[in-house]
Design a protein around this ligand. Structure first.
Ligand SMILES: *Cc1c(COP(=O)(O)O)cnc(C)c1O
Length: 399
């Protein structure tokens, strides 16, 4: 038997493929484990990158063959992480930031006064807040519209708009937007506008928006990419050299950089990204199926379920789905009681571990379509324990 036959005999078809998603090329985990490990950085042959905490470097060329000057503008540990992130995205470049909001700040700072940004109305509330509070005071013209209402989207486009900004899936409502449809139309008619896609919910393992025409991919690394709830970081992935040069300069000049220690932590986490995402996907699909079959549940919005309104778009642009989805109970008055009865699922802001929360908050209470929606994040616990916790809470909620 040759190698391919042996592998085929013992490898089941991946879960995502069975659900109808695109087939992921097989080299992802290998790249995550090996890219950006510069074992020569201190000529000591370590297999894991060293944490280089230095803030400044000797400037004479004889002492400094690597060209580093000052860590705000470049640091070996950070560069190693950026090399790995770019490899996973199949992008030419990646840039890391102190947070996802820091990355957003760097991108919107490349606009001139009076230029426009068109943002999908389901964007994350902290993303919206930054647009509303700062971009406007910087006299940028920010408009919010539903990108899945294509006629309205087209009506809002004009020559002045320089950024087209959306999340898919949207982190709160699980709306899926057709990346190729949006970017082809914009490229054909308004070639000065750049497409920015927030890919936080899927990560580069499950979706790579540059493949479908996006110019910039933005991440909150804080969530799945790091996955251990102990680092706050953001990043961008870019193919275009000019865009990269500008934003790389913003990273250093605006000072929105992550620390070398955090870069080391994230680099370490990426080695298990594929493993973690496969289990998030499987666990979340099983819980979604379970909820769908409960009489107390009104509706489940999970992109891997055929009942999701944009299921057909999801399977043609992603390699699977992660652990985040939403659902509605039949009786809205019982939501609080249900959430309080859960023991494993925490009520917290940030998805990647196991959590559930009500989507209506002070910030978006005007969004009445969110009423009654519960946002779920499925972690890596045993599936029997997760379902057991939900089952108990559904019983307790009725008492
Ligand atoms: C978490 C999250 C943010 C905020 O990210 P930070 O890393 O805390 O800046 C913004 N947008 C989306 C889609 C998120 O999931």
């Amino acid at each position: 038997m040759n190698a391919a036959d042996i592998i085929a005999e013992y490898t089941e078809p991946p879960f995502a493929e069975k659900l109808g998603f695109l087939k992921n090329p097989s080299s992802f985990a290998t790249k995550a484990i090996h890219t950006g490990e510069n074992s020569n950085q201190l000529e000591c042959s370590s297999i894991i990158p060293l944490i280089n905490l230095t803030s400044t470097y000797k400037l004479e060329e004889a002492h400094n063959p690597y060209g580093y000057q000052y860590s705000r503008f470049g640091n070996p540990t950070r560069n190693g992480l950026e090399t790995c992130l770019a490899a996973l995205e199949n992008s030419k470049f990646a840039i890391t930031f102190s947070s996802r909001l820091g990355a957003q700040t760097a991108v919107i700072s490349s606009l001139k006064r009076g230029e426009g940004i068109l943002v999908d109305c389901d964007a994350n509330s902290s993303c919206m807040k930054l647009f509303k509070n700062f971009a406007k005071s910087m006299e940028m013209n920010v408009k919010f519209v539903d990108f899945n209402n294509f006629e309205e989207f087209k009506n809002f486009l004009n020559e002045n708009i320089k950024l087209i900004w959306f999340e898919t899936p949207s982190s709160e409502t699980m709306k899926i937007i057709d990346i190729k449809k949006i970017s082809s139309f914009v490229k054909e008619n308004f070639s000065n506008a750049k497409i920015v896609v927030d890919n936080t919910i899927l990560t580069s393992y499950l979706q790579r928006p540059l493949e479908f025409g996006a110019d910039i991919v933005i991440y909150s690394i804080t969530k799945y990419l790091h996955g251990h709830s102990d680092v706050t970081m953001g990043s961008l992935a870019i193919n275009d050299e000019k865009i990269h040069e500008k934003l790389k300069y913003h990273q250093g000049a605006m000072g929105v950089i992550p620390s070398p220690f955090d870069c080391f932590m994230v680099n370490r986490s990426l080695k298990t990204l594929a493993l973690r995402m496969d289990l998030h996907m499987k666990n979340s699909f099983i819980v979604a199926k379970y909820l769908e079959n409960q009489s107390e549940v009104e509706k489940v919005f999970h992109p891997a379920l055929k009942s999701h309104p944009q299921y057909e778009i999801a399977i043609k642009q992603s390699y699977g789905h992660s652990g985040v989805f939403t659902f509605k109970l039949k009786n809205n008055e019982k939501i609080e009681k249900f959430l309080k009865a859960l023991k494993i699922f925490l009520q917290i802001e940030s998805p990647c571990g196991s959590s559930m929360k009500c989507l209506i908050s002070d910030e978006n209470e005007e969004k009445c379509e969110l009423k009654g929606l519960i946002s779920v994040s499925i972690g890596l616990e045993n599936i029997e324990d997760l379902i057991g916790d939900i089952k108990n809470a559904l019983i307790e909620m009725k008492n």
